[in-house]
Structure formats: C-alpha cells, structure tokens
Design a protein around this ligand. Structure first.
Ligand code: SF4
Ligand code: SF4
Ligand code: SF4
Length: 374
C-alpha cells in the first residue's frame, strides 16, 4: 500500500519510511529569469564550506547552463532516461517515481546510477551553449533556440532518496527544520546515497572517505539568517524561508505565497518523487515541452502569471535579495511592502515604485552645473 502523500504528484506514493513531516521545512524559491550566471553563489558556498582536501570537485551550489550543461555531466538526462517517459493527467502524476516499480510497489532501492569519476570533472561544461544556432528576429514569448541557467543546491527533500538508500542510517532529516544532513561519524563511504540522489547532490570525499553534501547553512538558518549562497546572490534571484504543505499554506509567508497561492514557483523534476523543497520560477523564453518535463504541468500557467504580475505579486517579487534575515511574513502597504523575521521584527521595507529625483541643471549649493545626457 502507498504510504506517504506527495503533494507535488497529487497522489500517495511508496517510500521506505513513514510519512513524518518536520515541524517546519526549510526551502527556497529561485527566479531563473533573473540569474546572470555569475557563479557568485557557487564561490560563496565554496569559500565557506568546501575548501579542504578531497573537496576539490565538491560544488554543493552550482549553476549549470541548460539544456546541455550538468554537474555531474548529464545527470538529469541519465536519470530521466532510466525512469522512462511518464504521464501527468489533470495535474496528477500517473507514472512511477524512483521509489516505485511500474505496478506501484516499493523498489528494493531507489532507481539511480553512480556517475563515473570523469563526469565530475567539469563544473560548468557547456556554459552559455544554446540549443542550436540562433537566427535573426527572435522574439518572445518563446525562442526556438534557447539556454538558461539552472541554480542547484540540495533540495532538502521531504522524501530524500539519499536517506532512503543509506545502509548505515547515516543520513537524517532534522525534525525541527527539515534540513537533510550526513552524520560523518556513521557514514562509511559506501556511496549508496550518491547513486540514489536523483539530483546528484551528495558527493564523496576521497580523502576522508565519507560523503558530504549541502547543509543548508544550518548554523545561519538557526539564527534566522539566510544561507551564504542566497545572501551573496548578485542577481537577487533567491528567497529562502519556510515551505508549508498546501493545506497549511500561509498567504502572508512569501514562499507559500509564490508556491501555493500564485503557483509561479515549481519543483524541479517532481516526477522523481522526492518532493524537493527548492522551487523555481521557470524561464519564460524556453520551449514549453522542455519546461513541462523539467517542472511539471504547472509551467505554462506559472510563466503566464509571472509575465503579467499584479500589484501584490510584483511587490513580493521585490523582496528577493533585500535582507540577510529570513523573511517569514510580509505585509503589503499602499506604496511599499514590509518583511518581518521570525521574531516579528520588521527587517525590510521596499518601495513599490523606485523614487525618481530630477536634479536641477544649476546646483546653487555646490556651485555646479549638471549636463545630463538626454
Ligand atoms: S536533493 Fe538529493 S541529497 Fe538532497 S535531500 Fe534530496 S535526495 Fe538527498
Ligand atoms: S545553502 Fe549553504 S551549504 Fe547549501 S549550497 Fe548554499 S551556501 Fe552551500
Ligand atoms: S549569484 Fe545569483 S545571479 Fe549569480 S549565478 Fe548565482 S544565482 Fe545566478
């Protein structure tokens, strides 16, 4: 009998453990449309957590160029090919997940594969490589030839495949915030998690012979701060916080608002079945079948809403990248939006309209003339 509820799939599914959701779940929304591929996030994580021996190829945060890029190489092409073509109907997933057999039974182990060593060599292979050559006269809404940046960290999944596969029970999901961690003392480096994680976000350290992964910057999150990769983001594309299941969604929580209320932020490859907790606002210029496979059936509607935002949605999108504190609640005012942290303290106030100042040609106080270009 299916034993857990996966709301991304709108159905129950098989998973080797009980359905025990954490008290609250760490998560994030990334707006792909705003990313400039600068890799500042990647280096922020690297300079904080992964600069020791054996971590040379560990990029807990990476930004890859789709459709061809991937770290490790072709990670998603390989796992989606293994899973095979699957179906959605009326927003509900009709196919199998990586935990299930075609007749809906629990697999002995999650469907996966172990990347070869050489596939971890290039963190940014096919950077800025588009799908084909670009002709003249391309315009929105969809470009025949496209590329976009996909920002990737561990998804701190509700049903982690890494955890399900670990024979040592070294991987655990924290009940207080849903962050998924590897207990370095229990890990023996069998790398079952590396094969099982469909997103390939557990990484083996050949010096310590243990597996490591993104820790969601939990020491910062515990203090109400946002992770390093979010704080450093140059494009202000990232907003981290708390994600509720749909029946507990709070309309004034910015993540719940974007995910549940406006439905513009979607999970990456929901068909895998892990219920990932990093959500993406899809890129509007990309061919729809590609996005449907990557983000599920909500992609066209999400793009439509993102393209024509009303006042409230526009305001919430302005909260991205405005504060190092975790915004747990927002309030929309007539001309600005306010964000509040977990203590109820106001941590940000953003005007809805950028103030515009016209400077006088003759600045008498400073005895200067300003020759503004038209
Ligand atoms: S993304 Fe991979 S490593 Fe992270 S929790 Fe999910 S299954 Fe585990
Ligand atoms: S959340 Fe922290 S540990 Fe995870 S990728 Fe970002 S900076 Fe690295
Ligand atoms: S820092 Fe932000 S804009 Fe730059 S690559 Fe990372 S996610 Fe994209």
């Amino acid at each position: 009998m299916p034993n857990v509820n996966n709301w991304h799939l709108k159905r129950q599914m098989q998973y080797p453990h009980e359905d025990t959701r954490p008290g609250r779940q760490f998560g994030a929304v990334f707006d792909i449309n705003r990313c400039i591929g600068c890799q500042t996030c990647t280096m922020a994580c690297r300079s904080t957590w992964t600069f020791n021996d054996g971590q040379e190829y560990m990029w807990w945060n990476n930004v890859e160029t789709k459709p061809f890029g991937g770290f490790p190489q072709q990670w998603d092409v390989k796992i989606t090919t293994k899973l095979g073509r699957q179906k959605w109907a009326g927003g509900k997933y009709k196919g199998k997940t990586i935990f299930e057999t075609p007749d809906g039974q629990l697999c002995e182990e999650p469907l996966g594969f172990a990347p070869k060593k050489e596939e971890w060599r290039f963190p940014n292979i096919y950077e800025d490589t588009a799908s084909g050559t670009c002709g003249s006269g391309v315009s929105l809404p969809v470009h025949e030839n496209f590329f976009f940046y996909l920002q990737r960290i561990c998804n701190h999944c509700t049903y982690p495949a890494c955890l399900a596969a670990c024979p040592r029970k070294a991987i655990y999901k924290r009940p207080e915030d849903g962050i998924v961690l590897v207990d370095q003392k229990r890990c023996r480096g069998y790398q079952e998690c590396v094969a099982a994680c469909p997103y390939k976000k557990t990484m083996f350290n050949s010096v310590t012979t243990r597996t490591e992964k993104c820790i969601a910057c939990y020491p910062r999150v515990e203090e109400g701060e946002i992770p390093r990769c979010m704080a450093a983001c140059v494009g202000s594309i990232r907003l981290s916080g708390w994600v509720s299941p749909p029946d507990k969604a709070k309309a004034d929580n910015p993540l719940d608002y974007l995910i549940h209320i406006r439905k513009i932020a979607l999970p990456l490859y929901p068909q895998f079945g892990t219920e990932p907790n990093v959500y993406y606002i899809p890129p509007r210029w990309v061919k729809r079948p590609f996005l449907l496979q990557m983000f599920g059936p909500g992609a066209p509607e999400a793009i439509e809403t993102r393209t024509n935002p009303d006042k409230e949605l526009k305001a919430v999108l302005k909260l991205f990248g405005t504060t190092k504190r975790t915004i747990e609640r927002f309030e929309l005012k007539t001309d600005h939006i306010e964000g509040f942290d977990g203590d109820g303290k106001q941590v940000v106030s953003v005007p809805l309209k950028e103030p515009f100042y016209e400077r006088p040609f003759h600045d008498v106080a400073n005895s200067a003339y300003r020759f503004n270009e038209p």
